[in-house]
Design a protein around this ligand. Structure first.
Ligand SMILES: Cc1cc2nc3c(=O)[nH]c(=O)nc-3n(C[C@H](O)[C@H](O)[C@H](O)COP(=O)(O)OP(=O)(O)OC[C@H]3O[C@@H](n4cnc5c(N)ncnc54)[C@H](O)[C@@H]3O)c2cc1C
Length: 469
């Protein structure tokens, strides 16, 4: 039996479930499809930056972070050799920005439950296999294969949202870009482990590759270790990497917990991708989440971008009287694709630029010393990392600042360092140039104020749907 919906969402992950939870209370008729609705145990999306928490709260969904032992994150600690310092998210006590460390699976189940409890949402367990198009090439829904009966049915909708994550089956048709593996993260859990800076994200720069950790519950710390290259490491290679490139650089206070986790061999490995958003505009369909856009997870920026996208797209859709006007839906989708570039440029550029910088010996030391100076050298970069400062000029200012600071320090040690300085400048350019090309265009150079005005403008339109539907 064919069914007709306003929106069909492929993938009830962070993006799909959140937009369903945001739109459903307005009475929008939604089909929410996922291969499985049971809780997953993944190493992704376990640190929400303050920008993500703020957006979720502004969408009226902040309560979904309560009740499953999530931990407040107050800032970041950077550690290199014997040196360490921390930077708070808040400059003073006038603001209360915080992130949350959590179990992604538990959080996702709360978002899904909040979506599904709305009578306008139909949960469908199974796989979306193909987009359905009418004779004009407009997408009118999807073919759905039920998980239990294996029966294939047509799900008809005025708009299909493909939020099927990083292995998206629909990206081929809907994107001009292909994802690239930048490295892998090996995930371990440290149990009952006190951190050098409690309730902080930690970035360790002493080893050949960076590793990070943060609390995900009151008794667990997630440790994510970078494994460079584009080939997934085998078990033996993982063990060697941990023994030679990580263990010697683990601070004494964490060592016993680290060794215990290594001995238990409960590793999880995930690929880290970069995918600049290059959507193909097609009527009746829109991409959301990792299906559209990915960045290195070193900075924990994925969900900040996902929630920002959910809010932008959600506000546009709520601003419509109903879903009968295909032309208007298409216009809203175009506006979403354009606005999301402004909103996510900093998160995307910072993630991959910082990964490049932290994988480079000269630049890594430069960034550590630069931020250690404190003041705006620390507060402004952390506001970008937090997803709170979206001004691209600030990001570029600090990237250039780090490189010049590193060059100055090298030259202070003597002119014999000139070749090193030139190499560092060249490497910095190699890191930043493709990112700027991908993530910025002339329209992206707007100030923070412009972005906020834009969001407020679209937010003022919210409510129109529920009034007129
Ligand atoms: C190692 C790693 C660590 C990360 N850590 C962080 C972090 O700490 N903080 C952060 O903000 N971000 C982090 N991220 C990024 C973040 O996890 C992602 O950006 C986010 O999960 C993307 O959400 P999504 O909904 O697009 O995809 P997903 O959450 O992956 O959801 C996709 C959903 O689609 C479903 N699906 C797929 N295909 C189909 C189909 N054909 N039919 C039906 N259903 C389908 C899947 O079952 C899944 O439920 C990390 C990423 C990685 C790789």
């Amino acid at each position: 039996m064919n069914q007709q919906f306003d929106i069909c969402i492929i993938g009830a992950g962070m993006a799909g479930a959140t937009i369903a939870a945001y739109l459903a209370p307005k009475g929008i008729k939604i089909a929410l499809i996922d291969r499985g609705f049971t809780e997953k145990n993944r190493i992704v999306g376990e640190l929400l930056q303050p920008g993500a928490v703020q957006t979720l709260t502004e969408m009226g969904l902040g309560h979904l972070l309560d009740g499953f032992d999530g931990q407040p994150i107050k800032g970041y600690a950077l550690l290199q050799d014997e040196d360490q310092f921390s930077i708070p998210y808040n400059k003073n006590d006038k603001t209360d920005f915080h992130g949350v460390g959590l179990h992604n699976g538990r959080f996702l189940q709360q978002i899904r439950a909040s979506a599904i409890e709305n009578p306008s949402v139909t949960k469908m367990e199974g796989a979306a296999t193909d987009l359905i198009e009418d004779k004009n090439g407009v997408v009118t829904g999807v073919k759905f294969k039920d998980k239990v009966t294996r029966k294939i049915t047509d799900i008809n909708a005025k708009l299909t949202i493909t939020s099927d994550g990083f292995f998206s089956s629909f990206r081929k048709e809907l994107s001009k870009n292909e994802k690239k593996v930048t490295s892998f993260f090996i995930g371990l859990v440290l149990k009952d482990c006190p951190l050098p800076s409690p309730n902080h994200g930690h970035v360790f720069l002493s080893g050949p590759t960076p590793f990070i950790c943060y609390p995900i519950s009151s008794t667990e710390v997630r440790l994510l270790i970078d494994f460079p290259g584009d080939k997934a490491p085998k078990r033996l290679a993982i063990k060697e990497h941990l023994k030679n490139n990580v263990e010697p650089f683990i601070p004494e206070s964490l060592k016993a917990h680290f060794n215990q986790a290594v001995n238990e061999e409960d590793f999880k490995v995930m690929p880290n991708h970069y995918l600049a958003a290059k959507p193909v505009l097609k009527k009746g369909v829109v991409m959301l989440g990792d299906a559209l856009n990915m960045r290195h997870p070193l900075t924990g920026g994925g969900i900040t971008a996902v929630f920002s996208d959910v809010r932008i797209l959600g506000n546009h859709l709520m601003g419509m009287a109903d879903f009968s006007n295909t032309q208007l839906i298409h216009k809203k989708v175009r506006m979403y694709y354009k606005e999301r570039c402004y909103a996510n440029a900093n998160v995307n550029i910072l993630a991959n630029a910082l990964y490049g910088v932290m994988s480079n010996d000269l630049l890594k030391t430069a960034v550590f010393q630069y931020i250690k100076q404190g003041g705006d050298h620390a507060i402004e970069p952390i506001a970008i990392l937090a997803g709170l400062n979206k001004n691209q000029k600030t990001l570029i200012k600090h990237f250039v600042g780090v490189v010049l600071f590193g060059a100055k320090n090298l030259l202070k040690q003597g002119l014999m360092n000139i070749p090193k300085v030139l190499l560092m400048l060249w490497q910095a350019l190699k890191i930043i140039k493709p990112l700027l090309k991908n993530e910025l265009n002339i329209f992206t150079f707007v100030t923070q104020r412009n972005i906020e005005t834009h969001l407020i403008h679209t937010e003022n339109q919210i409510g129109q749907f529920s009034l007129k539907h």
